[in-house]
Design a protein. Structure first.
Length: 224
């Protein structure tokens, strides 16, 4: 949960004002497995060395805002998420810290052995084989042994969109298919969105409307 730290208390640094923090616990072997495609972050020595990282302020602000929103919506959710939804949410939370950390590290000069088009094709094939469940970017990186920066560069150069945007569109399309289906079981739109990696209802609705030109409720009503 998020709490407020009093001013001028020595934690990992001296804070000039109140600070919100979130503690996430994950075993090192599991973390290294998730980050196996990242050369520096896959090294146990990196995580066993104490130090301070200063992420880009815009990245830090966005990560903090997203994590607060996710935690608030998780606390409000009455039903337990499915296994694949819980795994996606867990990866999303860890990824927020990874993205923040990577913004503070110098770029790795080593090149991927993949060509951009090949990497994108294999990523698309992997998502196609997932049978509609939400696929997180960290899962794709692990499966293809590609770094996040290599994957990002490949998607932008080949498709003109980031891998995160591509995966989000795939999840949105799956949700639309479910909402449009005649045999869709009774489920709230918020719960359906949560199951497919959108824990923040407001953000989900904005993404959905921008992509399809209508709200999720309008899609649901149109099938009757």
């Amino acid at each position: 949960m998020w709490e407020s730290s009093p001013a001028n208390v020595d934690a990992d640094a001296i804070y000039g004002g109140g600070a919100a923090y979130l503690v996430v616990s994950i075993a090192l072997p599991e973390l290294l497995l998730m980050l196996s495609s990242e050369n520096r972050l896959a090294d146990p020595a990196f995580w066993n060395t104490k130090g301070l990282c200063h992420p880009h302020p815009r990245v830090a602000d966005e990560v903090g805002r997203r994590l607060k929103g996710i935690m608030c919506d998780v606390e409000r959710k009455a039903n337990a998420p499915s296994a694949h939804s819980a795994d996606f949410l867990r990866r999303t939370i860890i990824e927020a810290f990874v993205v923040s950390l990577m913004s503070a590290l110098p770029r790795d000069s080593r090149r991927s052995l993949y060509t951009g088009a090949r990497l994108v094709t294999e990523a698309e094939d992997y998502v196609d084989a997932s049978e509609g469940r939400p696929v997180h970017i960290s899962e794709v990186c692990y499966a293809l042994k590609a770094s996040r920066r290599s994957l990002h560069r490949a998607f932008v150069d080949t498709l003109g969109v980031s891998p995160a945007a591509y995966l989000r569109r795939r999840r949105l399309s799956t949700i639309r298919s479910i909402l449009s289906g005649r045999d869709t079981p009774v489920i709230s739109i918020a719960d359906l969105a949560f199951e497919y990696g959108f824990p923040e209802p407001g953000r989900f609705s904005a993404y959905y409307r921008a992509h399809f030109g209508e709200t999720p409720s309008e899609t649901l009503r149109s099938r009757s």
